[in-house]
Design a binder for this molecule. Structure first.
Ligand code: ATP
Length: 261
């Protein structure tokens, strides 16, 4: 079992310090989500005061872990702020009931659980809540004023990060790069920096080597062997991307193994 590194000494500005798995209460360890390799090996995970990245192969359990942390904190399983409580499908795992969250002394003033896969449902929930409300109390105004459904996926995601995310917030983001161009991903790094400097704490699951490049961070790699802390340049995402950009011709030749047509 792995016990993930503690934060070094100094002032602790984290809202969420640690998540611990309460293994003794698990009744069916052979069932999802307890049978996921990353969960099997998890004991506790310490969060960075600015950004904690959760990375790993498709299907390793990143969304499951992030969702459990978000739900244990009080967020809606399908995403949004702490005020959202809609549910289009009850598909979230019971992992949150087996997590103990160790909170900091400071309380966040803002927060958002963003998950790319169900952001459509958040957009619908906002439209519905705004349908009968006074113009001056419209929720969408805090997202930039334009229905998220009337924007492209990338525009809607980006409007949320730029307008809705505020100071002193806890932000849990599951694959926020899903619809963002490389330029927007870089702009998102700037936004993360602004928010982190004004008291924001982020937990981000991502496949993007651009988005995982924020330097004030802790990066955890979920693998079949458990969870390992690593540096950006040790990640497969960084290594494979660099290899490809530096040796595109050779890699394509190997990948496509072209025969005369
Ligand atoms: N409700 C469920 N019941 C059973 N298995 C599930 C359920 N939801 C997800 N899984 C399985 O659990 C594993 C982890 O899924 P999860 O979505 O957490 O992976 P991920 O690391 O976020 O993947 P990706 O990078 O593709 O988003 C997958 O093999 C998936 O098929």
């Amino acid at each position: 079992m792995s016990k993930i590194g503690r934060n070094p000494g100094g002032a602790d500005r984290r809202y969420l310090r640690r998540a611990e798995l309460l293994r003794e209460k698990i009744e069916q360890p052979e069932m999802y989500p307890f049978n996921l390799p990353a969960v099997k090996e998890l004991e506790s995970i310490d969060f960075h005061d600015r950004v904690t990245y959760i990375i790993g192969e498709n299907g390793v359990g990143k969304s499951t872990l992030l969702e459990a942390i978000a739900v244990a904190w009080g967020f809606n399983a399908e995403g949004g702020t702490l005020n959202f409580n809609f549910a289009t499908a009850e598909t979230h795992s019971p992992l949150h009931r087996h997590l103990r969250l160790i909170r900091g002394t400071a309380r966040p003033k803002d927060g958002f659980f963003f998950r790319a896969e169900s952001y459509y449902n958040v957009a619908t929930a906002i439209d519905e809540l705004d349908q009968d409300s006074e113009p001056r109390t419209r929720i969408i105004d805090s997202y930039g004023g334009r229905s998220l459904h009337e924007q492209s996926h990338g525009e809607a995601f980006f409007a949320t990060f730029m307008h809705r995310f505020g100071s002193n917030g806890l932000f849990i983001l599951d694959e926020p790069e899903a619809a963002l161009s490389p330029v927007r991903q870089l702009a998102m790094l700037t936004r993360i920096h602004e928010l982190a400097r004004s008291g924001g704490q982020f937990i981000i699951s991502t496949h993007s080597p651009l988005l995982m490049a924020y330097p004030h961070c802790r990066l955890y790699n979920l693998t079949a062997g458990g969870i390992q802390e690593c540096g950006l340049e040790e990640t497969e995402h960084y290594i494979v991307t660099r290899e490809f950009l530096n040796n595109r011709e050779q890699m394509l030749e190997r990948l496509l193994n072209d025969e005369e047509e």
